[in-house]
Ligand binder design. Structure first.
Ligand SMILES: *Cc1c(COP(=O)(O)O)cnc(C)c1O
Length: 494
């Protein structure tokens, strides 16, 4: 880099071409540069490089919000310098967060009296929320076992093999054994009967997912609750349920109000939801709410006083931004129940447009259900010549980012493509995507087998590629399952 001082001051002609203005010399990438550069140059260099990222609006791999109203963008920018943990300094922001917790707890039918405060907290996302919920279950279980004079060193958690990676993290980081109900072809969620069979005296909770990451399908929480009530009666245990409603928590209340999955079921003690998924806020906000005060052990709550008044906190981190909390409050009051229902209805409609368009090609098996998270998961009927990874790769040329992935154990021979429908995915885009699918299928038919990347066996045009090269080709949005042959865990992140 870049502009020598003389160039700035004495030779204006040097400003006249774009490239020589900012990028005549290279800047070090992995070492802090010795000298400063002008702010315009820094902006331009970074902005140029960022152009090679995918376009968030065409990123159909993720549930996470990529569009908000300009008024809310403005509110977020205006509060970007507020640290959320400084409750004494920013009492209004703290109050908005409490209002959000209360609105969400009531949306999930928490048994709260008039004016009674809900128990919950804003987090960075569902992952942090799941860690907190898991810790509460673990501690309650340990306390009970200790009081009974029973061993408390082998806690476990029962889930389906379709869990999101955050639960695996919880299990590993906080030393809880993960007992997974296997999937099978054609059935990609946790089977409640098998889950309840796996429950033993060391089970701290069963986790059900409202909106499986893989297929969007809602698990049958009501059946799980009823079976578990029976088992608890027989055994004298009181194994509870946590619902990971990361994506479904802001869908079910609006589209399927009759569906009982939340605090209406007595064993559901805590629920997490991602504010940044169908809560319609940009990345960086999640929520966890507890049924009642007694479901969150006091000893996990810290009272800090270094910022002024005595404040209770129960989060894994300390400082973080406030913008997302403020944005969540904006969405809740701006849209209201009516607005959220409209958004979810529209997502559902656009999902149907896409699903029917894909069915019409005659080339795909649709794996996702119509009621669940608005997404379409599908696989090729015939993948003998070209597979789902090649379809995904070719769609990248049109700008679309669509992941292909293998299902977890024991359905790993099934590969699916998944398109997530968000608020900003309009009908027009859905129709365009269908027509681009048509083009890709047509092109693939013209090509000999395997000419494109065969991601599944790590070759491109028959040439073995390094893991790094492969990853670049697949997109950075998901990790390879095949590498991890032993567990073949699903590691898509959103
Ligand atoms: C997205 C997702 C998560 C992780 O949520 P973050 O908010 O991204 O941390 C957990 N569980 C499920 C079911 C998800 O879909």
């Amino acid at each position: 880099m870049v502009l020598s001082k003389t160039a700035l001051t004495s030779d204006d002609s040097i400003h006249s071409t774009f490239a020589s203005r900012y990028v005549r010399n290279s800047i070090p990438r992995f070492e802090m540069p010795k000298n400063s550069i002008p702010k315009e140059a820094a902006y331009q260099i970074i902005n140029d490089e960022l152009k090679f990222d995918g376009n968030p609006r065409l990123n159909l791999a993720s549930f996470v919000t990529t569009w908000m109203e300009p008024e809310c963008d403005k509110l977020m920018m205006e509060s970007i310098n507020k640290n959320n943990v400084e409750m004494e300094q920013y009492p209004v922001t703290t109050d908005l967060q409490n209002r959000c917790v209360n609105m969400i707890a009531r949306l999930f039918n928490a048994p709260l009296g008039d004016g009674e405060a809900a128990i919950g907290v804003g987090t960075v996302g569902s992952s942090e929320a799941v860690m907190l919920a898991g810790l509460a279950f673990k501690r309650l279980w340990q306390n009970k076992r200790k009081a009974q004079g029973l061993p408390y060193d082998k806690p476990n958690i029962v889930t389906g093999a379709n869990i999101q990676v955050c639960l695996e993290k919880f299990a590993r980081y906080f030393e809880v054994e993960l007992k997974e109900v296997k999937l099978r072809e054609g059935y990609y969620v946790m089977d409640p009967e098998k889950a309840v069979e796996m429950v033993d005296e060391n089970t701290i909770c069963v986790v059900a997912i409202l909106g499986s990451t893989l297929t969007g399908e809602f698990e049958d929480v009501k059946l799980l609750n009823d079976l578990l009530v029976e088992k608890n009666k027989k055994t004298g245990w009181d194994t509870p349920i946590h619902v990971d409603a990361a994506s479904g928590g802001f869908i079910a209340p609006f589209l399927y109000p009759e569906l009982e999955w939340d605090f209406r079921l007595p064993l559901v003690k805590s629920i997490n939801v991602s504010g940044h998924k169908y809560g319609l806020v940009y990345a960086g906000i999640g929520w966890v709410v507890w049924r009642t005060k007694t479901d969150l052990p006091d000893e996990l709550i810290f009272n800090i006083n270094y910022l002024g008044a005595d404040q209770p906190t129960f989060t894994l981190n300390f400082s973080k931004g406030s913008s997302q909390v403020i944005a969540q409050y904006y969405q809740l009051i701006r849209l209201g129940f009516e607005g959220y229902r409209n958004v979810m209805d529209t997502c559902h409609e656009n999902m149907m447009v896409l699903k029917q368009g894909l069915e019409k090609t005659g080339r795909f098996n649709i794996i996702s259900k119509e009621n669940g998270v608005p997404l379409v998961a599908f696989s090729l009927k015939d993948s003998s010549l070209h597979n789902e990874f090649e379809v995904a790769e070719m769609l990248r040329r049109f700008g679309w980012i669509i992941p292909a992935y293998k299902m977890p154990a024991d359905a790993e021979h099934v590969t699916v493509l998944r398109v997530v429908i968000r608020d900003d995915f309009s009908r027009n885009l859905a129709e365009r995507l269908v027509s681009d699918f048509d083009k890709v299928l047509h092109e693939l038919d013209m090509l000999p087998s395997g000419i494109h990347a065969n991601m599944a066996n790590g070759t491109v045009n028959g040439v073995k590629k390094t893991a790094e090269e492969m990853q670049r080709e697949v997109t950075s949005y998901w990790k390879k399952f095949v590498e991890n042959k032993k567990t073949n865990k699903n590691t898509i992140t959103k």
